[in-house]
Design a protein around this ligand. Structure first.
Ligand SMILES: NC(=O)C1=CN([C@@H]2O[C@H](COP(=O)(O)OP(=O)(O)OC[C@H]3O[C@@H](n4cnc5c(N)ncnc54)[C@H](O)[C@@H]3O)[C@@H](O)[C@H]2O)C=CC1
Ligand SMILES: O=C(CO)COP(=O)(O)O
Length: 331
């Protein structure tokens, strides 16, 4: 595997991952689609649009030429928003070297196809090793060189272990998994639950309600993901429970902040990327079609589509028939 790492997507997360790798001695090219933005980053050594005030590694190469940026790369990190991942992957499909590994770092479910990020990569790169990197990791923390741990999942454990060895460093600790589906579903679903948690916070429903929402959110995340084929251990790990806890507890999470704005009745037009908005819709329809009990995801989806308001959602959830707490298994 060549030592060069190419990161596709120069928003908050792509920039943070690229800087983390470069500051730890790797040869890294960061690609973004906007030439003016890439020039600004090249000149300033910062990404003020997405990571205000953070000084990036001086060891980074910036590129706005997609195919040139991936030339000779051993690892390609795909870090564009989930709904654009398939498109970005398709653009490079005919141009990558035979030994190159492609890793999704996005969290969501494709609205057009219902595919996880890993399923997209398997479809578009049938002859390459593919993986998913996910876990509790705010871009600003990683870009600021704070200690962070994530999961890297691939079908073959030895691929996941090799990627963990290639990408881990003193600031980033990677754990291997062979459950890419579970890692993908954990990362996607926690975003929807983070919106719900944000609503609880923004509506000042109290710390007890937030703890209840997060706990029942975890039960729901497990129930849905298990029914779709995830492994239970994965969901209790960094990419499931870990990321749920992180994003259900901080306005640094854009999904939580989005929910908080809803809870406070604020205007949503200027909000940053909140992947959970699109995931809520597709996750609700997948759960419905598969007869999976997902009251929180349904409520978030109905709220976002405007068919109920916050008060109605709360009343609806509190009035559900009483049940046993331990029922996370699919019915
Ligand atoms: N920001 C964070 O802390 C973390 C984000 N993620 C995930 O990483 C993914 C990307 O998120 P961020 O970088 O934070 O988002 P962002 O909103 O900060 O940046 C998105 C970037 O993608 C670019 N982009 C949008 N559409 C594109 C397209 N069609 N082709 C090429 N580039 C395109 C935008 O110009 C922008 O540079 C999301 O799925 C997110 O859930 C995962 C872990 C942490
Ligand atoms: O996934 C994240 C941290 O692990 C980032 O969360 P947000 O997309 O909600 O900001």
């Amino acid at each position: 595997m060549s030592n060069k790492i190419t990161v596709l997507g120069s928003g908050a997360w792509g920039t943070a991952l690229a800087s983390n790798q470069a500051v730890n001695g790797k040869t890294v090219t960061l690609w973004g689609r906007d030439p003016a933005q890439m020039q600004l980053m090249r000149e300033s050594g910062r990404n003020d649009k997405y990571l205000s005030g953070v000084q990036l590694s001086t060891n980074l190469t910036f590129s706005d030429d997609l195919l040139e940026s991936i030339s000779g790369a051993g690892i390609i990190l795909l870090v564009t928003p989930a709904q654009t991942l398939a498109d970005t992957a398709q653009k490079i499909a005919g141009s990558i070297g035979s030994g190159t590994v492609i890793i999704s770092c996005a969290k969501g479910i494709d609205q057009n196809t219902g595919e996880t990020m890993g399923q997209i990569l398997h479809r578009i790169f049938p002859n390459h090793q593919v993986a998913t990197l996910s876990g509790p990791s705010f871009a600003i923390d990683v870009a600021s060189n704070l200690p962070t741990a994530v999961t890297i999942a691939a079908d073959e454990t030895k691929t996941a272990l090799a990627l963990c060895a290639a990408l881990s460093n003193k600031n980033l600790r990677c754990y291997a998994s062979n459950d890419q589906l579970g890692v993908d579903y954990g990362g996607a679903l926690k975003n929807v639950l983070a919106i719900a948690a944000g609503i609880v916070h923004g509506r000042s429903l109290g710390a007890s309600a937030l703890a209840a929402l997060t706990t029942r959110g975890f039960a729901e995340l497990q129930r849905v993901a298990l029914a779709l084929g995830a492994q239970a251990e994965t969901l209790s790990g960094l990419s499931g429970f870990g990321d749920l806890v992180l994003t259900c507890s901080s306005e640094k999470s854009r999904n939580f902040a989005y929910g908080a704005a809803i809870g406070r009745g604020e205007d949503l037009t200027q909000m940053k990327l909140a992947e959970g908005v699109k995931t809520a819709q597709i996750a609700a329809s997948i759960a419905q079609n598969n007869n999976i009990d997902a009251p929180l995801i349904f409520a978030v989806n109905e709220l976002l589509s405007g068919s109920i308001n916050v008060d109605e959602a709360i009343a609806q959830l509190m009035a559900r028939p009483l049940k046993s707490e331990a029922g996370i298994k699919p019915a």
